[in-house]
Design a protein around this ligand. Structure first.
Ligand code: SF4
Length: 418
């Protein structure tokens, strides 16, 4: 293998893959120059998290950034004048194995532009995964971004070799997809999600009876939505995410803030990158739905269609519902404790476990990792009389927005002469 050429391709195809947010980039540039152990190279290594919270490093690349489509929001689109490259199947396999053996990565995240057609490209992605599993006995994590419009057989093959498969929904609505990715078909995206969801659930049921059956996308399926390229508000976006979770049992919906890379004036946000805080608030709202037992209507509705950028959505809900507080952590149900701003899932579990043995006061809560400065306004516990508590939601909002590490003034540029 010509490693110089492969390195050149790696630089191009890892850079093109960075717009995919299904796993985040490490951002580290430390390299192994002293023949020591480990290496965080600049190209292609990123991190993702397993369900049990473990962080794994992945080789994150495109098979190719050639593409026959011209999606306006995408750096790899046909009309964009950029350096192009394509790996062969064998090159991706060899890179993965070499990086794995050197302990640089624990898995592979493989996506691709579409060359020729969906099946032609997808067949190559599947071939990479199949070779890794069957010829190299590779047991690391594999995530394959599937190509919309490919056959069910190829989709099934991908799920047999990969841990996670995903189909990008791309745009929050069908009309925006038509406008910004006119060659893509909404049905080609949604139908495979349904197919995968049925197959994943069927195989998982069969494996309960026959555990020796081969796994089928054991880490489930996910998707990604571009936020801010099209005019949909947060309510539209969350409603789509909610329906995808319900219909297809997705493991994750990723929200990718649009990066203005196109001068096409069909894109409304030209020159204005989506503030990171908006992406962040969408993820927080997403977590409230998945882990905190909130319904979408409690978080957002058409009368206030965008998430508050000043404060997180859980705090915003608490301030809109002062009648639900204060909550006595020594007696309240687990679900009520989960709704207290500043209390996470693991802290809520610790509270419920510990109070079986003794009444809880501030000292214990502090040890459980709750954010007391926030939580103290919404809870009652033993020995907390000395803490001042704001009860007026407007005052409280002002106080807590000022304390937020994501306070809006931190992320918005102020006018020069304000
Ligand atoms: S099909 Fe995928 S790679 Fe090609 S232009 Fe559209 S988003 Fe980009």
């Amino acid at each position: 293998m010509n490693w110089d050429r492969v390195r050149e391709k790696l630089e191009i195809l890892a850079d093109a893959a960075k717009y995919d947010v299904s796993c985040s980039s490490s951002g580290s540039k430390r390299s192994n120059k002293t023949k020591g152990i480990g290496n965080t190279t600049a190209s292609g290594i990123c991190h993702t998290y397993t369900e049990d919270g473990r962080c794994v490093s992945l080789l994150k690349i495109l098979l190719t950034n050639y593409c026959i489509y011209d999606c306006l929001y995408c750096v790899s689109r046909r009309s964009n004048d950029i350096k192009r490259a394509a790996f062969t199947v064998q090159e991706v396999v060899d890179l993965t194995i070499h990086f794995y053996r050197r302990n640089y990565i624990e898995g592979l995240f493989l996506s691709s532009g579409i060359f020729k057609n969906a099946d032609f490209t997808m067949e190559r992605l599947v071939r990479v995964a199949r070779k890794l599993r069957t010829e190299h006995n590779f047991n690391g994590y594999i995530h394959i971004k599937t190509i919309p419009g490919c056959t069910d057989d190829l989709m099934r093959d991908a799920a047999q070799y990969a841990d996670r498969v995903s189909v990008n929904i791309e745009m929050p609505t069908e009309s925006s997809l038509r406008k910004f990715a006119p060659e893509k078909n909404h049905n080609d995206i949604v139908r495979p999600m349904g197919f995968l969801s049925e197959q994943i659930s069927a195989v998982s049921n069969e494996r309960k009876l026959s555990p020796a059956l081969p796994a089928f996308a054991p880490a489930g399926q996910s998707t990604q939505m571009v936020v801010g390229a099209s005019p949909e508000n947060d309510f539209d976006i969350m409603r789509v995410a909610d329906s995808l979770y319900r219909k297809f049992s997705l493991k994750r919906v990723y929200y990718s803030g649009y990066v203005p890379i196109s001068r096409d004036n069909r894109l409304p946000q030209i020159g204005t990158p989506v503030p990171l805080i908006r992406e962040n608030r969408l993820y927080q709202a997403d977590w409230l739905m998945r882990f905190y037992h909130f319904s979408i209507d409690e978080i957002i509705d058409p009368s206030r269609p965008n998430l508050d950028l000043d404060i997180d959505p859980k705090l915003a809900w608490a301030l809109r519902n002062p009648h639900a507080f204060p909550i006595d952590v020594n007696t309240a149900a687990y679900e009520q404790i989960l709704r207290v701003p500043g209390v996470g899932v693991s802290s809520a579990l610790k509270i419920v476990k510990a109070r079986k043995f003794r009444r809880l006061g501030w000292d214990e809560l502090k040890r459980f990792g709750i954010s007391f400065n926030k939580a103290k306004h919404f809870i009652v516990c033993d020995r907390m009389d000395t803490f001042p508590r704001d009860v007026d939601p407007i005052v409280l909002r002002h106080t807590l927005a000022g304390q937020s590490k994501y306070a809006i003034n931190d992320v918005q540029q102020l006018p020069l002469f304000a």
